[in-house]
Ligand binder design. Structure first.
Ligand code: OAD
Length: 234
């Protein structure tokens, strides 16, 4: 199974989405905060936004949807969570096989030497932070507008979708490429597509089943049912 998640799956933990009401991109222009140009222009300003997001995420907990996906992984031999989220909440809930397609708020990257330290301090003592190895500027190791995804993360995501019998798509607007095309890659290889979202998305017509509702409610129900069925067939 491959599971593709987006901001909606962290919404009930209290992490804002990007495009809905109150979403980040309703309040800010992405190119002012999440682009290499913005960082070059004013690293402290960009960092102040990421520092606040890190503090906000550090204060929240995984929700029932995250925990349900961790239970699913424990039940299925080959189950990959592919997330567009950078909050680390899947891992906090116990998912081990997670591909962070858009990077992580908790990993930094030195723009000079490429070092990628993990750093969970909130708030950062000094903005912008500097590399311990070479004193270069450190940036959040997240994918910004105009940047390529990690080739390794994309290849792992594609492979997981290609070999999946089921692709579960939870809480994503399915509008940002290449993530949005991953379920179609699975479908092309015969996978059954299940979508969970509070609204219709461009993926809805392609899905075999599209469930309207919140991930924190529907994912536990789906996984409960799956556990009942797999126990019955044991
Ligand atoms: P969006 O904010 O675009 O979409 C969130 C989706 O979740 C929408 O389809 C909502 O209907 C749905 N939703 C909201 N609350 C939900 C809930 N409780 N249960 C189920 N569904 C819910 O977020 P993403 O699709 O994740 O990229 O956005 C993709 C990428 O766009 C992000 O990773 C980010 C952004 O620009 C980068 O920063 C590179």
């Amino acid at each position: 199974m491959a599971v593709l998640t987006g901001a909606g799956s962290s919404a009930e933990s209290g992490v804002p989405t990007f495009r809905g009401a109150g979403g980040h991109w309703q309040r800010f222009r992405p190119q002012d905060l999440a682009s290499p140009e913005a960082f070059e222009r004013d690293p402290e300003f960009v960092w102040s936004w990421y520092d606040a997001r890190r503090s906000d995420v550090a204060a929240v907990a995984p929700n029932a949807g995250h925990y349900a996906l961790a239970r699913l992984e424990a039940r299925i031999n080959d189950c990959t969570v592919i997330t567009q989220n950078v909050d680390g909440l899947h891992q906090a809930a116990g998912s081990a096989n997670v591909v962070e397609l858009h990077g992580s708020l908790w990993r930094l990257r030195c723009v000079a030497c490429g070092a990628q330290p993990l750093d969970r301090r909130t708030p950062m003592p000094v903005l912008p932070p500097r590399c311990q190895r070479c004193s270069g500027l450190l940036r959040p190791a997240v994918v910004w507008f105009g940047e390529m995804l990690s080739e390794e993360a994309l290849a792992a995501s594609e492979a997981a979708c290609e070999r999946a019998e089921v692709v579960l798509v939870a809480g994503t607007s399915a509008t940002v490429q290449p993530a949005a095309s991953l379920p179609l890659l699975g479908k092309g290889n015969g996978a059954y597509i299940v979508e969970v979202n509070t609204e219709e998305t461009p993926l809805t017509p392609e899905a075999d089943v599209s469930l309207r509702g919140k991930t924190a409610q529907l994912l536990p129900m789906l996984v409960d049912r799956f556990e009942q069925c797999s126990t019955a067939s044991d």
